[in-house]
Design a protein around this ligand. Sequence first.
Ligand SMILES: [Zn+2]
Length: 480
Amino acid sequence: MSYLIQNRKPASVFRFFEDICAIPHPSYHEEKVADYLCAFAADRGLEYYRDDLHNVLIKKPATPDRKDAAPILFQGHTDMVCVKTADSTIDFMKDGLSLYIDGDFLRAKDTTLGADDGIAVAVMLALLDGELSSHPALECLFTAAEEVGLDGAEGFDYSKIFARKMINMDSEDLGIITAGCAGGLRSTLTKTCERIPVKGECLKISLQGLFGGHSGVDICSGRANANKLMGRMLAKWQKAEGEAHLISLNGGSKDNAIPSICEAVIATADAQKTTALIEQTASQIATELAKDDSGFFVTVTPVQAPEMMFSTADSAQLIAILATVDNGVKEMNYNIKGLPEWSRNLGVITTTSDEVEFVFASRSAIESRLDASIDELDALGRITGCVTKHYSRYPGWDYAPVSPLRDLYAHAYREITGKDAIVDVIHAGLECGIIVSKLPDLDVISVGPDMRDVHSPDERLNLSSVEIFWQTIEKLIEMV
Ligand SMILES: [Zn+2]
């Protein structure tokens, strides 16, 4: 294989990263990358372990001069979010990525790059490959299925880990040490609706152009949720119409993204009046929105009437869920300024023949608040005739006031850059929460080089920051 990135240090990190980009590795399809990791370990005579989830642990003994030093655990996930532009013809199950360099950034043509978290995989491989001449025992844990609910980290057998210091490399800002994160869970409310013959004219209301974003880190950005705005417009229309009838509701595509689009098809007695009302409400909303959402617009178009529509009672319950469910930031953190503590995102709505499903992501570092999120949605489900389901729950990672590893990394970072790293706690999930719940005496930090727009085709990895990140890790290992 010929390599794109030249003259960067250490070459092995960039070479391993390019190797990984050539291997398809969507979430739940980590088997090929796990094969690669096991072959890597076998080739070098390193001890390795692989489980049914395709998690891989590789260990490298200490160099003779560091025999007495405590082992250290490095960790990152092998799966990537696969998103492409409308023009891309890539098959993420079969094809490697087409990499290119854009200034100081590495990108993939029309797709996500998977630097989240392929760069962690590459750094661990470089460490295991013998890039450092002196180090304590290294344990490198490559987890699967992080992006789809942290399943790999949840299912791993931690009795195989001896280190009590862990560096997770799933953060995206070189100058930031992440030291805590929220827990979360997903919930669905599913309503089976009665269909009755269509009366009146049918309209498609299409809400577009919102900015969207990550349902954790961007939840307090002030950006609007397309599904919730649709609820507001439909509630207004229902009041004017009296007997409102929905035909379908579809919005968003991921539970952990703030939805930027939503579409409703409705049946109305007066299409002209309804169109005017929706357009008027949309223009009112447009004046209220944050600057990020300046692309917001709504179209109302007549559509051919299908045969059936939802009954009045079921339509009213659907509109009630959409319009009233608590969404966005519920509580801010009382101790850390600007940090959301408890939130909910109505990410996805899907209509199939007679069912409408609402998918939510709730987050909090406090377990009893996640319990309360469940109780609230169950209560709403009960009065609206929905079946509720809660799944993919993972614990938060509490900020530890004392962390020798954090101090050590901060010291190493200062030595390399002359700058102070910022210690931060985030309102998003990291595998650290699960791993700490399994190994409570683990001292943990989460760090990484600079990445931008992860989970989108604009994802890019800053090459210089990878070099500095490596030097910081090298320095830390020297001092540990
Ligand atoms: Zn990640």
